[in-house]
Design a protein around this ligand. Structure first.
Ligand SMILES: Cc1cc2nc3c(=O)[nH]c(=O)nc-3n(C[C@H](O)[C@H](O)[C@H](O)COP(=O)(O)O)c2cc1C
Ligand code: SF4
Length: 420
């Protein structure tokens, strides 16, 4: 497997332009500028690259939806909001290889004919902000950004916009609203951002990791990228792993890799005395896998779907037998209730109700009827809202209770945690 995203992670000072260039950085641009924008889109389409922000939508296909004759400017927004609990991979890319992202931004912008790109950065990411700002300044000085890039006649400006801590601003239309200076409320779709996005103009929103894969794809070719991974989930992906494992952290893994192997070999296995109970494979909003499913599933979009869950953002959260799932669901519900923007009643009220019931249950005051009430609530929250934040607590609620009902029932019957 080639290291597409982490090739420079072991090289100190690669955030400095001369070091990045010394390692082959910005080399893909020569080829990119020799192609027409639509040829770049074709190359990315044929690589099979899928968006790494969570939904896994084909990147080249998304770019292809941007109308080229609207007479309006076209924008690229880099989604660097990374707020999903359990996910901490974009932060590493921003900190350890910011020029790779900038190179990716130039490639994407050229392909969609964008001349102004915005990078929406999670407000709490202060160190990544410093690194990025310095890297962008260097890129301007060396002529990779600004007017007449590398003498090609192509112009591109890249601006950083720092968020203010709202998880919902990672949702692409809320991100756009926030960039426009408004409250981060998700928009009803359609129209999709590709047609009517930032300032009413065609806009592509792409995740940091998605864009960081582009220099490799354009330099080495789509065929090299497709050699890795599976047919429908080609390439590599970053996975962040947390919980009671020996080596938590961020790993670049070829898609299709067995989850069991990732946990027990790459991440060093469980901590001494800990037994794996469950895994949340794709960030906190996806359905949970029990231990037997963990043995069978692979780290790719299709395999996860076969087990009723999602690859999501690649935030693998490992849970051991000593950890209470009632508590886990309460903590999660608190987060989503706090982060709901409040526009849709099933989300505004539903997330709050799940949190209230879970708080009661965790405190030993749950009733047997609560479990079905939670399932009913989850059903009423699913697919009813402007964005999928409501589903992000409905799906875990349903899967935790269905797969671990006994643990929830014990908690209710004992009126306390059975782990204590
Ligand atoms: C509530 C919510 C939060 C999201 N947060 C993020 C985020 O922090 N970073 C991200 O890249 N995508 C996030 N997304 C997904 C984006 O809406 C969008 O799909 C993504 O940025 C598209 O980029 P991609 O095609 O490169 O994956 C979020 C979606 C939802 C519904
Ligand atoms: S689902 Fe929730 S977060 Fe999304 S728009 Fe509706 S209220 Fe806001």
């Amino acid at each position: 497997m080639d290291r597409v995203l982490t090739a420079n992670f072991d090289h100190p000072d690669v955030d400095k332009l001369p070091v990045y260039e010394g390692r082959g950085g910005y080399r893909s641009l020569k080829k990119v500028f020799s192609l027409k924008p639509e040829q770049v889109i074709e190359e990315v389409k044929s690589s099979g690259l899928r968006g790494r922000g969570g939904a896994g939508f084909g990147t080249g296909m998304k770019w292809g939806f941007v109308p080229q004759n609207s007479g309006k400017p076209i924008y690229l927004c880099v989604n660097a909001d990374e707020g999903e609990p359990g996910t901490f991979k974009d932060r590493e890319l921003l900190l350890r290889d910011p020029h790779r992202l900038i190179e990716g931004v130039i490639i994407a912008s050229y392909a969609i004919r964008c001349h102004t790109a915005y990078l929406y950065l999670r407000g709490e990411f202060f160190e990544p902000y410093q690194k990025l700002e310095a890297a962008i300044r260097e890129a301007y000085t060396k002529g990779y950004l600004g007017k007449n890039i590398l003498g090609t006649g192509y112009d591109l400006d890249l601006h950083i916009h720092r968020g203010a801590g709202g998880y919902i601003c990672g949702e692409e239309t809320a991100l756009i609203e926030s960039l426009e200076g408004k409250r981060g409320y998700p928009r009803l779709k359609p129209p999709f951002p590709a047609v009517q996005g930032l300032f009413g103009c065609p806009t592509v929103v792409n995740n940091v990791e998605t864009l960081s894969a582009l220099p490799y794809i354009l330099e080495k070719g789509a065929a090299s990228y497709k050699k890795m991974g599976t047919e429908k989930s080609p390439g590599t992906k970053l996975f962040s792993i947390s919980g009671p494992v020996q080596k938590p952290g961020v790993y670049e893994i070829e898609l299709g890799y067995p989850l069991r192997k990732f946990i027990h070999e790459d991440a060093g296995g469980m901590l001494p005395g800990k037994i794996l109970k469950a895994v949340i494979p794709g960030g906190s909003s996806v359905p949970i896998l029990d231990a037997s499913e963990v043995e069978q599933v692979n780290l790719d979009y299709e395999s996860m779907n076969q087990f009723g869950t999602f690859l999501g953002s690649g935030g693998v959260i490992v849970i051991d037998e000593d950890f209470c799932l009632v508590k886990a669901l309460k903590v999660l519900a608190k987060f989503y209730a706090h982060e709901s923007c409040g526009q849709c009643s099933p989300c505004r009220e539903g997330t709050g109700w799940v949190h209230k019931i879970m708080t009661r249950m965790e405190a030993g005051k749950g009733t047997p009827a609560d479990l079905d009430l939670l399932l009913n609530l989850a059903d009423n929250m699913t697919g009813q809202t402007i964005c999928v934040l409501a589903d992000s607590i409905a799906m875990p609620t349903r899967s935790y209770i269905k797969k671990f009902r006994q643990e929830f029932e014990d908690h209710v019957a004992l009126q306390k945690c059975s782990k204590m």
